[in-house]
Design a protein around this ligand. Structure first.
Ligand code: FES
Ligand code: MG
Length: 600
């Protein structure tokens, strides 16, 4: 991360490109309530000059860190440096809390809260006297939630990540967040370690403040915020506790003031071209299978058409360059030291694989100008395009009579999985087998060790885990086989209407839409049905005719929806769309560019 050169700012008397929105609260000569607005912020300790000056933008700092959200808690400190930067550039900072989202602890699932945090931030950005906002991102759902809200309201915004944790080590072995958990759980199921050892290994992977140190959903979504142009170049990968992180916070604060003064809005940055750049970067970094859900959601709220078919078209044939877990072996400290995203982008640019080098970013320059020449310092960690970790490494978008869309992360297909399922010389890249169907994770845990029909070649199907079925869609599709099969080194393919953790190295077929709970055909499968997957044709089919499926539909009736446990679950279920469509609140999408339509 290199701090941008000092630019002009309000401190030096720049006239805003458009009248500042906040002044409609403070300075409107015709509003007899101005006194009430002003006195309450003076009451907060601000001065008249800080709020009423025509040239002083009011900058919100959307704080996602708290004791309840430890992944992001370092933002409580970093926000002080963001404030310093805002003040140095002539703005007035106003920090406020966001709905907390902690990925691993929130029940039933943190992704239920993404749209809630989105909604509440839309209200804050729309309803208060803010001219711009710094989005303090980090843990998985915080990044998309905040970007979605900035997209809807469309006031100038800049994202800043909290940064990953330092590396975890077990002896000399690198252990990464999440990825170690999946390995340790399999070792426990095979009887190799006990629970106390599993907890020790998992805790070791988290040695400092920060978000997950693998290329899970947190690292992915922050890299993609940078790839979209919404974060300063080189900022996403700085470990949380590095000194550069504080400097980055300061520069982010300075930069948002300039964005407001020049009226650069999210819609100027998050264009169709920017999303295609982000998809390309997602392949090159080995990004999370949650990325299509979140990026498609942000796109919906800014009014850009983006589908899972676009993910395959733009991203599938590109190479994986970043050798970081779960697709590779290193962790985010090495990734940052190797140059982080700008080094990855420099490699793509050199090979002419970045779709739109001229897309604008919050730095004020294009993404190409930000990154050109920033080559990797460590080719073990960020590989050149000529020697990638995997050559065709993006997501495949599968369709068929099981669902309209489901994705598969091809960069994590292991040699063992390839050997077992994809290497038949008469039928390459295709396999078929009998299925075992589970109604949600509880059913899976209940039956996986005892169901004697599950054998090598069985395809595990998880249903009832989509946006409505499990509200928010559970990260449960990456099912581990029974212990007796793990001991023989046997992997089983998984398909499901839920998600899986971005830290998982499983090549599951997931995010299946429509889900069982809204009448997708996964609802009508029975144990022993035969499913065929053909990756060449991008097809997933159950060997049942359309008539047989219709008959099953009549016999089996509507999928049984679990009861709502909270008021939000009920509201969410009434309005939410499917994973392939970003799992957004459907009635929210029509509200676009609110700040521009506000008439103030
Ligand atoms: Fe919060 Fe991974 S659980 S960043
Ligand atoms: Mg997760």
């Amino acid at each position: 991360f290199t701090a941008p050169a000092e630019g002009p700012s309000a401190a030096e008397g720049i006239e805003p490109a458009v009248p500042l929105r906040s002044k409609a609260w403070w300075n409107d000569p015709e509003d007899d309530m101005c006194g009430a607005y002003v006195e309450r912020y003076l009451n907060g300790g601000l001065t008249m000059g800080e709020i009423t000056s025509r040239k002083k933008p009011i900058i919100g700092i959307a704080q996602t860190g708290s004791d309840l959200a430890p992944c992001n808690s370092h933002h409580v400190q970093l926000a002080k440096r963001v404030r310093d930067g805002i003040i140095a550039a002539g703005g007035t900072p106003i920090e406020f809390p966001c709905h907390p989202i902690q990925e691993t602890s929130k029940r039933p699932t943190a992704s239920l809260d993404r749209n809630l945090a989105y909604l509440s931030l839309v209200e804050v950005l729309y309803g208060y006297p803010l001219d711009g906002v710094v989005l303090l991102t980090g843990c998985d759902k915080t990044t998309p939630a905040l970007l979605m809200a900035a997209a809807t309201v469309n006031i100038p915004a800049i994202a800043m990540n909290v940064g990953p944790m330092l590396n975890g080590y077990l002896g000399q072995r690198l252990v990464g967040s999440g990825t170690v958990l999946w390995d340790a759980r399999a070792a426990m199921a095979a009887g190799k370690i006990d629970q106390a050892q599993m907890i020790r290994e998992v805790a070791t992977s988290a040695p400092s403040l920060g978000h997950c140190n693998t290329m899970g959903t947190a690292s992915t979504m922050n890299a993609l915020a940078e790839a979209l142009g919404m974060a300063l170049p080189g900022s996403a990968s700085i470990p949380a506790v590095y000194r550069e992180r504080g400097a980055c916070a300061y520069e982010t604060g300075r930069r948002i003031v300039d964005l407001v003064l020049h009226d650069v809005k999210p819609s100027d940055i998050m264009t169709r071209e920017a999303f295609e750049n982000a998809i390309a970067c997602c392949t090159a970094i080995g990004g999370s299978t949650n990325a299509p859900i979140h990026l498609n959601a942000i796109a919906k709220h800014i009014g850009v058409e983006l589908t899972c078919a676009d993910w395959e078209r733009v991203g599938y044939s590109l190479p994986l360059l970043v050798n970081v877990q779960p697709a590779g072996i290193y962790l985010c400290e090495e990734y940052h030291r190797a140059g982080g995203l700008p080094a990855v982008i420099a490699e793509l640019l050199e090979a002419e694989l970045l779709p739109h080098p001229s897309a604008l970013t919050v730095s004020g320059k294009s993404i190409g100008d930000n990154c050109r020449g920033d080559f990797p310092n460590d080719p073990r960690v960020i590989r050149p395009v000529s020697r990638p970790v995997v050559t065709q490494a993006g997501f495949l978008n599968l369709t068929g009579n099981l669902f309209d869309s489901a994705i598969m992360k091809t960069s994590v297909i292991s040699p063992a999985f390839h050997e077992q399922y994809l290497s038949n010389p008469d039928d390459p890249m295709a396999f078929e087998g009998p299925i075992a169907v589970f109604d949600g994770p509880e059913d899976y845990h209940h039956r996986i060790e005892t169901d004697k029909n599950i054998a090598a070649g069985t395809i595990l199907i998880m249903r009832g885990a989509g946006p409505l079925g499990y509200p928010g869609a559970a990260e449960v599709v990456n099912m581990i086989p029974p212990g007796r099969l793990i001991k023989q080194g046997i992997e089983l393919p998984c398909i499901g209407d839920g998600r899986q953790s971005g830290t998982s190295g499983s090549p599951s077929i997931l995010n299946a839409s429509p889900e069982a709970a809204v009448g997708g055909n996964l609802a009508y499968l029975k144990d022993g049905d035969v499913v065929r997957i053909d990756l060449n044709l991008r097809r997933a089919e159950v060997r049942l005719t359309a008539d047989e499926l219709l008959k099953r539909r009549d016999e089996m009736g509507a999928y049984k929806m679990p009861v709502n446990q909270t008021p939000w679950q009920e509201l969410f279920r009434k309005d939410v769309g499917q994973l392939s469509e970003g799992m957004v609140l459907q009635s929210a999408v029509k509200y676009q560019k609110l700040a521009q339509t506000q008439g103030i």
